[in-house]
Design a protein around this ligand. Structure first.
Ligand SMILES: O=P(O)(O)OC[C@H]1O[C@H](O)[C@H](O)[C@@H](O)[C@@H]1O
Length: 683
């Protein structure tokens, strides 16, 4: 009898799917292995050799099949040296009973993956059936809010490859069907695909093309592209595709990859993506459990050079809005703008937008796409990225520095004095620009924004709506406010994601920069020479601002529900008055003037992660800070953000959290609270 279960490998500190087996005959085991690995070369290692040769197994391009002796005293000794490039052979003493745990740890560039050996499984007599639901769940777990994200190549300790070509193919098929369902006419469904420079992009996009083509879609390959460009390919003539997919994992490590989906109506919502992943999971599982071999059939998509049309579109916006009285076609003449693309997809902005408009871009950094991101993570929240850009601006005496994330849906800037403008400060800058154009408009942000930002917005006549973390939540809230008659022109997350009503409500880092550049030129034309940073000179940073994480240490399948329970438990503690001076923020109809949020408003989108913001006061200072607790979108952890207007305020909040909540509630059994302990000075 064989059992199969999830299990945490203590050496790898990560969950792995395992096969538990009691094996009597050499033949069965070796047949199973041969069928499973054939024809790919693989490494076969015992748990001991794996322990000893971790580096070997992690660096290899071959799948690793781990064979760990479990409880048996007669467990076989596998060759301690890993076998490369050949099928494993091992003589088992006949007619002896052996107990094994078999686990696929990692795969790459391989036709064999965890859960991807259908023929082998069904052909192996007596081997346990893999449950359909489990395989569906694997694909469903790739959903990350409104995106798909997963590990595409080996390299991360404790993470298995789950974004495999077959998974991507199945998602492509179900997205193609989903799009076709929404197309009224009988015309052929046309879908474009772009990607960032990640090294897994080429192989995975081949799988995506194949999936889309398999359900009858005509596929257009944009090659290296940006996320906003993918959306724009659905609206700009003559392209106007029915839909588009951007393959990217944004600022995540080079090992990850992901998908973002668009139709002319905008980005898909979390529930759309859930539906697509559910459908894809069924396809994937059916295929996996059938005896028929399944392969990724290569198709040749039509290659399009959309990025040059998109760059021209951005140039036209700048030309038209600046409307330069002397040189209409080169409105950026006389400006030096340094771009740091972080070796992601943003380099085009320097060459095809700024230089063609007359800007000097000397001093720009990391423009060459490189899917290993050798210099730093392309991310405007990254300290190195911002510091290098600041240095480049100051060294070159530039007027502006621009930092893009990998796929250019986020950006940050540096003003000519070297002030870095990201997070809340970027929202303040954009608010100043937008409120000039649309007085009294509502600005929607996530609830990690500072009280000072609310003050900044309201003092300029605007209204501030704080909403749930997650850029789609923020954007959807803005869409809903407009639909309900509350004009909201700017929706921005503190991560740098931002959308404008005038730009299709599209999450678009390039458009933010376009707006800032237009304002910079406009200011100079109006005789204001202080530079863009002067628009936020009154903005105050919070006295203290901290983010801590608590990893959820339960089994992966329980992590989501355990995370939700932890967050909900804090809510109950606060509602019951267990934490003196702590009060849940609430904002009734959801737009407010003085900054508050409880995540109880599940309109327009269903709650994808539990989160609350809590106001914190004491007798001496009155209300001095807030704490925001939430489930992470990407990883099994709880994020804690705190801000305080008094020195030591964040530490005192951390202490209360530790002693009045985490320890008494017993949540320290499912959460790793070491960061909180150490911040509270107790670690
Ligand atoms: O939950 P975390 O790991 O902190 O990530 C949260 C962030 O994830 C992505 O980057 C989304 O694009 C953001 O909208 C979100 O704020």
């Amino acid at each position: 009898m064989f059992l199969r279960s999830e299990f945490s490998n203590k050496h790898q500190k990560a969950p792995h799917k395992i096969f538990w087996g009691e094996l009597k005959e050499e033949k069965i085991l070796s047949d199973y292995f041969l069928a499973l690995i054939n024809p790919s070369p693989c490494i076969l290692a015992s748990s001991n050799s794996l322990k000893r040769s971790n580096s070997t197994t992690e660096n290899t391009q071959h799948p690793v099949l781990m064979v760990a002796a479990a409880t048996s005293t007669t467990a076989p000794t596998w060759p301690s040296a890993a076998l490369h490039g050949s099928k494993p052979t091992h003589a088992f003493p006949n007619n002896e009973k052996h107990y094994f745990q078999l686990s696929f740890l990692q795969t790459s560039n391989s036709r064999v993956g965890r859960g991807e050996a259908p023929a082998a499984r069904s052909a192996t007599k007596g081997w346990p059936a893999v449950t359909f639901e489990e395989e569906v769940a694997q694909i469903k777990r790739l959903q990350n809010g409104s995106d798909v994200r997963g590990v595409a190549i080996e390299g991360e300790k404790g993470r298995i490859v789950d974004m495999t070509p077959r998974a991507v193919q199945a998602i492509g098929e179900s997205f193609g069907e989903w799009v076709a369902d929404g197309v009224e006419s009988s015309e052929e469904v046309r879908i474009s695909v772009g990607r960032d420079p990640r090294i897994s992009g080429r192989v995975l996009s081949t799988a995506l093309f194949s999936g889309l083509a398999a359900v009858g879609c005509k596929v257009f390959d944009m090659g290296l592209a940006t996320t906003p460009a993918c959306y724009m390919s659905t609206v700009l003539a003559p392209f106007a595709y029915h839909a588009s997919i951007m393959m990217t994992a944004s600022h995540l490590p080079y090992t990850r990859n992901g998908l973002k989906f668009f139709t002319p109506k905008g980005g898909l919502t979390s529930s759309n993506v859930e539906e697509i992943c559910d459908r894809a999971g069924r396809k994937y599982a059916q295929r996996l459990l059938s005896t028929a071999a399944s392969t990724v059939n290569p198709v040749t998509p039509t290659r399009v050079t959309f990025m040059s049309t998109y760059a021209q579109h951005l140039r036209n916006i700048i030309k038209e809005r600046v409307n330069h009285p002397l040189h209409y076609h080169t409105p950026l003449k006389g400006f030096q703008i340094v771009v740091n693309a972080g070796n992601g997809s943003g380099g085009f902005f320097t060459l095809d937008v700024l230089e063609k408009l007359g800007a000097d871009t000397t001093g720009s950094l990391n423009l060459e796409p490189d899917g290993m991101f050798p210099n730093h993570i392309p991310n405007p929240e990254d300290k190195v990225a911002m510091a290098l850009t600041r240095a480049a601006v100051l060294d070159n005496g530039a007027n502006l520095g621009v930092v893009f994330d990998t796929d250019v849906d986020r950006s940050g800037v540096v003003d000519e004095a070297g002030n870095t403008i990201n997070g809340d400060r970027l929202i303040a800058l954009m608010s100043a620009i937008v409120l000039r154009e649309y007085p009294e408009t509502t600005i929607v942000t996530d609830a990690r924004a500072s009280v000072a930002l609310t003050r900044f917005i309201t003092s300029r006549g605007g209204r501030h709506c704080l909403y749930r973390v997650g850029y789609r939540n923020v954007i959807d809230k803005g869409v809903q406010l407009n639909r309900d008659g509350n004009e909201a022109h700017l929706m921005m997350e503190t991560t740098g994601h931002g959308a404008l009503k005038e730009n299709y409500f599209l999450d678009d880092g390039a458009y933010m920069v376009v707006k800032i550049i237009i304002e910079m030129v406009r200011m100079r034309l109006a005789g204001q020479n202080e530079g863009i940073g002067s628009l936020i000179s009154e903005f105050e940073d919070p006295m203290e601002s901290v983010e801590l994480r608590m990893n959820i240490v339960s089994l992966p399948k329980d992590a989501k529900s355990d995370g939700a329970e932890a967050v909900e438990t804090l809510r109950k503690y606060i509602e019951e008055g267990a934490l003196e001076g702590w009060e849940l923020d609430s904002c009734g109809d959801c737009w407010v003037s003085d900054g508050c949020l409880v995540d109880s408003n599940d309109d327009p989108a269903a709650i994808d992660a539990h989160m609350y913001r809590v106001k914190v006061s004491d007798e001496v200072n009155g209300q001095y800070g807030w704490i925001h607790i939430r489930q992470s979108v990407h990883n099994p952890n709880i994020a804690l953000n705190m801000q305080s207007s008094v020195l030591g305020g964040c530490q005192s909040m951390a202490r209360v959290l530790l002693h009045k909540f985490l320890l008494p509630s017993g949540l320290d059994n499912i959460l790793d609270i070491s960061q909180v302990k150490s911040y509270a000075g107790m670690g």
